[in-house]
Design a protein around this ligand. Structure first.
Ligand SMILES: *[C@@H]1O[C@H](CO)[C@@H](O)[C@H](O)[C@H]1NC(C)=O
Ligand SMILES: *[C@@H]1O[C@H](CO)[C@@H](O)[C@H](O)[C@H]1NC(C)=O
Ligand SMILES: *[C@@H]1O[C@H](CO)[C@@H](O)[C@H](O)[C@H]1NC(C)=O
Ligand SMILES: *[C@@H]1O[C@H](CO)[C@@H](O)[C@H](O)[C@H]1NC(C)=O
Ligand SMILES: *[C@@H]1O[C@H](CO)[C@@H](O)[C@H](O)[C@H]1NC(C)=O
Ligand SMILES: *[C@@H]1O[C@H](CO)[C@@H](O)[C@H](O)[C@H]1NC(C)=O
Ligand SMILES: *[C@@H]1O[C@H](CO)[C@@H](O)[C@H](O)[C@H]1NC(C)=O
Ligand SMILES: *[C@@H]1O[C@H](CO)[C@@H](O)[C@H](O)[C@H]1NC(C)=O
Ligand SMILES: *[C@@H]1O[C@H](CO)[C@@H](O)[C@H](O)[C@H]1NC(C)=O
Ligand SMILES: *[C@@H]1O[C@H](CO)[C@@H](O)[C@H](O)[C@H]1NC(C)=O
Ligand SMILES: *[C@@H]1O[C@H](CO)[C@@H](O)[C@H](O)[C@H]1NC(C)=O
Ligand SMILES: *[C@@H]1O[C@H](CO)[C@@H](O)[C@H](O)[C@H]1NC(C)=O
Length: 451
């Protein structure tokens, strides 16, 4: 009957009493000079306890003193200006309301009961079976029950030392965690948690409940040492990769296991340009008291190679038209990254690489494309032929333009004689498609001829 009942009922009684105060007691009534006391005022009691409540008025003509509560009540005597009640089984916070009459006017008084209870369960979550030294250890505590929650704090401990403390909050069960780095001397240490119900401000005490301790077991298992004899190997040289770990540790280098636990794993290769930025993986496995632990490492190889101009991506003969936009596609590879430039033989004119530019007649010639890095140079010869406007093509273009004119004239005449505008546009388009030869010419060339 307790948990759901009290609040609405308390509200209802407060509401009624408010009505009574407003309607029955005009301001300035003599009854107001007297006070209705509810004792004890705002008590904090342990859950399930019984409580004696005394409602008293110091008015000589007090009468009809009663107690409004959702709790089970019994009369515990009354006298001049007072009435006492015995409340049993107080299990939740509730509000009490006393009322009485003095000289015909009603009076009311309140008292709030706060119930406190110790947590039913304080438990430290299991620790990892084996905790690696140097990694974060998460210590978690679960607390069920306990009230009032705003007076309940959870303290996490390593032996007697506080690792952290946090309010329990409203959750059920409440969970509090703290993260600490695991150290070598944490091995064998007891971890625990403790709740503190602090009711000292209520005149009660500080109540502590502790969890059972849990022993931490740690191990030190550093990752394997994965080494390259030469981090920057020159193309064509032999690279040795070694993965080594402590005794009893089984290592696997790039998928190939070492001969036996405790033995290092080796890998040899002839460095090629393709091996640049290749990553080698080594993982180590150790069995500690039936628990298999893993660690892994990786290392990246850099191979010094090149410079090399990619013949396939760099055309060695170029035939371009004058005054057209073109791009010289050319790439060079290498580590370190080479610098690439193409210079015209004789003039030493520098041709842009990889960016569009307007080709001129005098760009014709032989170019030396040179890739350069601290490791040397690679040279590729590129022949460029820039063709001017072809006179035959111009003649053809002129002929086509004449034909075009002959087609347009009747079309124009048709237009004048009232053919639909839309139809007319269609005709112009149709005639323009009859220009396949001329349209092959660069557009600028045609424009020049027209003007
Ligand atoms: C006290 O109240 C709780 C519920 O509010 C009930 O379960 C319990 O039986 C009660 N105990 C007694 C002694 O009345
Ligand atoms: C209730 O309070 C009145 C006035 O303070 C007192 O005279 C009376 O003895 C009290 N009754 C009990 C049962 O404590
Ligand atoms: C109660 O009211 C009567 C008149 O109605 C008045 O004579 C008397 O003084 C009052 N007593 C108190 C204590 O106010
Ligand atoms: C009782 O608690 C309510 C809120 O729950 C508060 O408004 C009221 O003032 C309290 N009464 C007393 C007498 O402390
Ligand atoms: C850890 O707790 C256990 C059980 O309470 C106890 O026997 C042991 O002595 C404690 N160890 C340390 C290092 O305090
Ligand atoms: C919690 O602590 C209180 C005293 O602080 C004790 O009376 C109670 O039995 C404890 N509860 C548990 C579950 O250990
Ligand atoms: C390896 O080469 C890189 C550039 O490719 C350079 O930054 C680094 O310093 C070199 N390391 C060694 C050990 O030579
Ligand atoms: C790995 O290297 C570190 C530092 O270079 C060294 O202290 C450690 O002994 C090595 N571990 C193994 C298993 O070789
Ligand atoms: C070991 O490394 C390989 C890659 O080389 C990986 O596929 C495998 O999952 C790793 N094993 C463990 C147990 O970490
Ligand atoms: C590396 O190259 C040498 C000769 O150049 C050859 O004998 C050797 O087998 C090669 N090693 C590997 C791992 O390919
Ligand atoms: C290697 O170890 C890291 C953590 O040290 C882990 O995140 C990663 O998944 C591991 N990789 C493999 C292949 O086991
Ligand atoms: C081509 O001629 C123009 C002037 O007509 C000159 O500015 C440019 O430098 C010349 N380019 C080459 C590659 O000779």
């Amino acid at each position: 009957m307790m948990p759901s009942g009290p609040l609405p009922r308390a509200c209802w009684t407060s509401f009624i009493s408010l009505l009574l105060v407003c309607c029955l007691l005009p301001p300035g009534t003599q009854g107001q000079e007297f006070q209705l006391r509810v004792e004890p005022q705002n008590p904090v009691v342990p859950a399930g306890e019984s409580l004696l409540v005394n409602c008293s008025i110091d008015c000589p003509s007090a009468e009809l003193i009663s107690l409004e509560t959702s709790l089970l009540k019994e009369s515990a005597g009354s006298g001049l200006g007072w009435a006492a009640f015995h409340l049993s089984n107080v299990t939740g916070d509730t509000q009490l309301l006393c009322s009485g009459f003095c000289n015909g006017s009603q009076m009311i008084g309140f008292s709030n009961i706060t119930v406190y209870r110790f947590p039913e369960r304080v438990e430290l979550a299991p620790l990892p079976q084996w905790q690696p030294v140097g990694e974060h250890l998460i210590v978690r505590c679960m607390v069920s029950g306990g009230a009032p929650r705003d007076h309940l704090t959870v303290v996490l401990l390593r032996e007697e030392k506080e690792l952290g403390r946090q309010p329990a909050g409203k959750g059920e069960p409440a969970e509090v965690t703290v993260t600490v780095p695991a150290r070598r001397d944490d091995h064998g240490a007891n971890f625990s948690c403790r709740t503190e119900l602090d009711l000292r401000s209520q005149g009660l005490g500080l109540f502590q409940n502790s969890s059972a301790p849990r022993k931490l077991r740690t191990f030190g298992f550093q990752g394997p040492n994965l080494t390259l004899r030469e981090p920057n190997a020159t193309e064509g040289t032999t690279v040795t990769v070694t993965c080594a770990a402590g005794p009893r540790v089984q290592v696997t280098l790039d998928g190939v296991p070492a001969a036996a636990p405790g033995q290092p794993a080796h890998l040899q290769l002839n460095a090629t340009a393709k091996d640049d930025r290749r990553t080698f993986f080594c993982n180590a496995t150790l069995e500690v008291h039936g628990v298999i632990l893993h660690r892994n490492r990786s290392v990246q190889l850099r191979v010094l190679y090149g410079p090399k101009i990619d013949r396939a991506k760099c055309p060695q003969r170029l035939t371009w038209k004058d005054r057209t936009m073109n791009i010289l596609q050319c790439q060079a590879r290498g580590n370190p990254n080479p610098k690439l430039q193409c210079l015209q033989e004789g003039s030493m004119f520098k041709l842009p690489v990889g960016i569009p530019f307007l080709v001129r007649l005098n760009y014709s010639g032989t170019y030396y494309c040179q890739a350069e890095s601290s490791r040397g140079t690679d040279i590729l010869t590129v022949m460029m032929d820039v063709q001017g406007r072809n006179p035959i093509a111009i003649t053809i273009a002129l002929g086509m333009l004449t034909i075009l004119g002959l087609v347009i004239l009747p079309a124009a005449l048709l237009y004048v004689f009232g053919v639909k505008k839309r139809h007319d546009i269609y005709r112009v388009r149709q005639s323009s498609t009859q220009l396949p030869l001329a349209s092959r010419q660069p557009e600028e060339a045609v424009a020049v001829e027209v003007s």
